[in-house]
Design a protein around this ligand. Sequence first.
Ligand code: 5AD
Ligand code: FES
Length: 362
Amino acid sequence: MTKSIGQILKQEHFTQKDIVQLLKSSKEDEKILFTKSSEIKLKYIGKYVYFRGLIEFSNLCKKDCLYCGIRAGNQNVNRYDIANEQILKAAKFAYDNKYGSLVLQSGERSDKIFVDRISELLKEIKSLSNNELGITISLGEQSEETYQKWFDCGAHRYLLRIESSNKELYQKIHPNNKDHSFEKRMSCLKNLQKIGYQTGTGVMIGLPFQTYEDLANDLLFMKEFDIDMVGMGPFIEHSETPLYQYKDQLMNLNDRFRLTLRMIAVLRIMMKDINIASATALQAIDPLGREKALRIGANIIMPNITPTAERANYLLYQNKPCIDEGADDCTNCMEARINMADGEIGYRQWGDSLHFGKRQQK
Ligand code: 5AD
Ligand code: FES
């Protein structure tokens, strides 16, 4: 016999089957799910939304993920690498505009020049902000030693999406070679956690070959791994990538969007005190997508503060929003949007994952 949504939501823990049922909710059940997840968010997290100013400083990437628009194999990308001064200027902008933290993201590289450059940048950002800006980095798979070095230079959060916790699916969306190994991804996540980073992961939703069971397992994986932060968003096909050939097998964009909201809502109920980012990819489908995610469970937003000239070249997927807005416009528009979603911005605060704090005390 299937359970009612009310019965499932009363449980302390969800099974894979429960989660699948929640993800497949009818329109009426979805309302109940979202009401519950917003209540939990308000109770455990409150209405504060924290900014992470996002600097996508380079699209040079040595990897070839089959879904990603800036993969090494895509010859049609204008490659860029923003000079350190410009990056520091963007960091200063974030600091002056009362952002509590920033995120440095780029394509993946692990050569010594790159590793040393990041170390320097981290130290300089700390010093220009009087040690106040929190720094999240999202720079892919690196050796344990590199992760440690960057931690020692001042980064304290790391985002590394698992993309899919199902190894077979992971292998279908990545080239089959040692540079794209599921085990390596997993061991990187473990190293990050061991070093003491607030560790973030996430998945794409609506990938070709992905099932509801896979998505339920992704949420169970996050819980089991005791992750501190999550960013997950809809998969959006890019015409210059190998996965584009499966575009006719995908769920329509609107369904991918709804499913992402449901994933966020279920995760908020399962992991009450973690930080959940409202993914930019949501806004690529619905102009108010990120605000909708904030209402039902997310509490982090990442305004793009990359110098405008290069934004159009960091297209992991197509139809990416805000690529011609200056950072200033982005902040103003964000404030209005958050107020609309009944949220309040936690200016000058790090907005650390409460979950991480508790994990440290154990
Ligand atoms: N659609 C949606 N998200 C994507 N990412 C990469 N390519 C796409 C795409 N086509 C996500 C991956 C990666 C993050 C930086 O962007 O999950 O980890
Ligand atoms: Fe750059 Fe996947 S294509 S890390």
